[in-house]
Design a protein around this ligand. Structure first.
Ligand SMILES: *Cc1c(COP(=O)(O)O)cnc(C)c1O
Length: 400
């Protein structure tokens, strides 16, 4: 039994400085600063050379024919579903970030939720197969927390239904599929986020990757209001352009990304080793020949085995000054924007269970190893005191 007393039971917090869930890691050097200065002085703040240079660099990095830089993953997904001309139903996971589903709703598509695999946290192809109907317009997968979903099985289903496979690859830029192919080369089209919580960030931004030249052409028009040039809009597009300063940030950071991802993998392994054999804590699983980006390190907490539930663990860690997130709780089908689509036929037991038990713990690319070790120690101490913490929580609830 450790001598430390959990802060939730009145002990001193393990960390004095609060530990955030994540923070962006940027390489700032004089080359970047002088590029920024050149851009600002030039007056070309958008639609310039930096955007084109970033798109070329990304095509090469991912090994794709077309990379379209946009203002966010959300706008990229909205435009992608729009430019694919989809009508009817779209099959997607409910255990994902809200923007996945929002892109479908903005396009007037009816969301049909398929359950996830409780080990990989990704949509289960067998459940997708059950959800397909003649009304299905597309299969929409997501690389949960930056680990690739089963793109082979999903692509097969999409091909059988003669519909596109769209992938929300938001957290997965730089990751690989089993066998080593880059994420970005899967499906009909993959859409990344470059927002500040992602391992590769341009402040805000997104990248659409596709080998479909016709789709890429439409997307470039779409990010420009739907105006192909003659001020006669072909369709209702968006302003979804990535500004030059953001593109420059991306271009300067891209060469450093593999090193950052390696470090993230190392830190995630350290979490895994630090919590190995701890009762009731299981990590998100994936094919060992894949390389996730670890946008998040996702754990499942079994209340019976661990002694307290996920929410109580989160409170106990907060008392130690350690931030966590209950991603994704509530899942999409429980959010107000989606409830009106419930026909009573959704069966999502694994999504329900995982949304109650999943927690993500702190990770950023230059996080010191000793912080991971401290967080693992604290989780062990909390587990050792689980019965006492559970009693305290029950008492507080009784008094409330
Ligand atoms: C971050 C994220 C998004 C949203 O990306 P933005 O660039 O902020 O629009 C969408 N889907 C998933 C799965 C994400 O993790």
């Amino acid at each position: 039994m450790s001598s430390k007393r959990p802060a939730i039971l009145g002990g001193a917090p393990a960390l004095i400085d609060p530990v955030p869930l994540t923070r962006p890691t940027q390489t700032v050097n004089t080359a970047l600063l002088s590029t920024f200065s050149d851009i600002v002085k030039s007056g070309n703040l958008t639609k310039g050379d930096e955007l084109a240079a970033l798109e070329r660099a990304v095509c090469e990095f991912l090994g794709v024919q077309n990379a379209i830089a946009v203002s966010s993953c959300t706008s990229g997904l909205m435009l992608t579903l729009c430019c694919l001309g989809l009508r009817g139903e779209i099959v997607l996971p409910s255990f994902t970030f809200m923007a996945t589903g929002h892109a479908a709703l903005w396009n007037g598509l009816t969301p049909v939720f398929a359950d996830i695999d409780p080990d990989t946290f990704a949509v289960d192809p067998d459940r997708v197969a059950e959800a397909l109907t003649p009304r299905t317009a597309a299969v929409f997968g997501a690389h949960t927390f930056g680990a690739p979903c089963d793109v082979g099985a999903l692509a097969k289903l999409a091909a059988e239904g003669a519909v596109p496979l769209v992938l929300d690859a938001a957290p997965a830029f730089g990751g690989t599929y089993p066998g080593g192919a880059m994420i970005g080369t899967g499906g009909t089209v993959e859409v990344f986020s470059l927002s500040p919580t992602k391992p590769f960030t341009t402040g805000e931004g997104g990248i659409i990757a596709t080998d479909d030249a016709a789709l890429a052409r439409e997307l470039r028009i779409g990010r420009e209001y739907g105006n192909a040039g003659g001020y006669d809009s072909a369709f209702a597009g968006l302003n979804a352009r990535m500004p030059e300063l953001s593109a420059a940030l991306g271009r300067h950071n891209l060469p450093h990304l593999p090193e950052l991802l390696e470090r993230r993998g190392h830190l995630a392994d350290r979490y895994r080793a630090g919590l190995a054999d701890l009762a009731g804590v299981r990590f998100q699983r994936f094919d060992p020949s894949a390389r996730p980006t670890y946008k998040d390190v996702g754990l499942r907490v079994s209340p019976e085995e661990f002694g307290i539930d996920r929410d109580t663990l989160a409170s106990a860690l907060r008392a130690e000054h350690i931030a966590t997130r209950n991603y994704y709780d509530p899942p999409l089908h429980r959010q107000k924007a989606y409830r009106r689509f419930d026909t009573g036929s959704w069966s999502l037991p694994h999504t329900e269970e995982l949304s109650r038990t999943a927690i993500t713990v702190p990770l950023w690319s230059d996080m010191p190893e000793h912080l991971v070790d401290q967080i693992c120690d604290v989780i062990r101490v909390i587990h050792e005191h689980a019965p006492e913490i559970a009693d305290r929580i029950h008492l507080n609830e009784a008094l409330a």
